[in-house]
Design a protein around this ligand. Structure first.
Ligand code: PLP
Length: 380
């Protein structure tokens, strides 16, 4: 079996999710129908909505000023925020955002720089907020998909709110890996996605306080309060509810992957002081390591690991199988040659020490082959 170290790309569906999904498919399920099957489907969707709300620290959504809109993907929810909000006079996003924020923002968007450890520069944020036209929307991800770097969200929110800006956070990678409390973070809107945490692809959510301005970019149905029209993907949403129900277990199990991640990082760094661990000194997700192998291109490494039946990735996997220079790493360290030599290892709750040892052996083989060859060439 191939070792899977690419859990930030997607995860295996949890057995209890599969079971719940299968149960839904036993009956026709259109929540807009008023007959018994339809009413049952509506109940399932609303129960899942409550569970998702609860998984980010809300008690219920019935009595609060927060709404949960189901979408098909995190990409869609992020697009809803960036594209369907022409109601904002200005927008600010971080330089390390996922492509679904970065590429859906209009040209006038202001890009907030990060430091070499991937943390947004708060002074720069203040500068941008001071000159931003109101109302202003700020979108900064909670945890980065390539490096795992976690942003100081409470400070970002406090600053943005001083200037009356609305804050959205893309929490797709943080969800199920670290505790998320919407009220504690103070954000006005948040994106989460089920498939990064044992759910099905095809269910995600935009969670937004009522004052957040959102406009549908599709027309033709009243579902999700008209914000996201189209028949709901009931089975995937129910599966999402299951994921949400088990969120604390996921977070606890994920916390344990940090030992394996540290083992990887310490071992590769022991080979050379030129090996870079991106975002090493920042708070990070426990499962993510982004490391360079000096002088060996990411593609070469990916092929080597693939040949040895180990699945890792080069930066974001959401960009269609192509290895392109990472805008995230570039934003952190500029034109450093190590950017082209970075790979992302993202562990899962089932990852083992044996798998890590196999990975390290494979890494070392490639390192020695390429570096000994270089030394021989230099000596000749
Ligand atoms: N945001 C981040 C940080 C991600 O890592 C991803 C996917 O990798 C997305 C958004 C997009 O989510 P989805 O795959 O549900 O479209």
């Amino acid at each position: 079996m191939t070792i899977y170290f690419d859990h930030n790309a997607t995860t295996m569906v949890k057995p209890e999710v599969l079971q719940a999904v299968q149960d839904v498919y036993a009956f026709p399920a259109n929540p807009s129908s008023i007959h018994e099957y339809g009413r049952n489907a509506r109940r399932l969707v609303e129960e899942a909505r409550q569970k998702v709300a609860k998984s980010v620290g809300m008690k219920t959504i019935g009595d609060t000023a927060v709404r949960v809109f189901f979408t098909s993907t995190g990409t869609e929810a992020n697009n809803m925020v960036m594209q369907a909000t022409p109601l904002y006079a200005s927008k600010i996003i971080a330089a390390t955002e996922h492509a679904s924020i970065f590429q859906s923002a209009d040209e006038q968007v202001e890009v907030l720089p990060v430091d070499s450890q991937g943390i947004v520069r708060l002074r720069a944020l203040e500068g941008l907020l001071q000159k931003a036209a109101k109302p202003c929307l700020v979108s900064v991800m909670l945890a980065n998909n390539e490096t795992g770097v976690i942003q100081p969200m409470k400070e970002i929110v406090a600053l943005a709110h001083e200037y009356d800006a609305v804050v959205h956070t893309d929490a797709v990678q943080a969800y199920g890996k670290i505790n998320i409390d919407l009220a504690e973070l103070g954000v006005d809107a948040m994106t989460v996605s089920a498939h990064k945490c044992g759910g099905l692809q095809g269910a995600a959510a935009l969670i937004a306080k009522k004052h957040v301005r959102i406009q549908p970019f599709m027309q033709g149905g009243g579902q999700e309060l008209g914000i996201r029209p189209g028949t709901e993907n009931v089975a995937a949403i129910v599966g999402f509810g299951k994921v949400a129900e088990k969120i604390n277990e996921s977070i606890k199990a994920m916390a344990e992957t940090v030992t394996l991640r540290d083992k990887i990082e310490n071992a590769v760094r022991a080979h050379s002081d030129k090996v870079m661990v991106f975002g090493q000194h920042s708070p990070r997700l426990p499962n993510t390591a982004c490391v360079s192998m000096p002088g060996v291109k990411s593609e070469t490494q990916l092929m080597h690991f693939d040949m040895h039946k180990i699945a890792v990735s080069a930066g974001s996997a959401c960009s269609s199988g192509k290895v392109t220079a990472s805008h995230v790493l570039h934003a952190m360290v500029g034109d450093n040659a190590e950017v082209a030599c970075a790979i992302r290892i993202s562990l899962g709750t089932g990852s083992t020490t044996e798998e890590v040892d196999q990975f390290l052996q494979c890494w070392q083989e490639l390192y020695q082959r390429t570096h000994v060859a270089t030394e021989v060439r230099k000596a000749a």
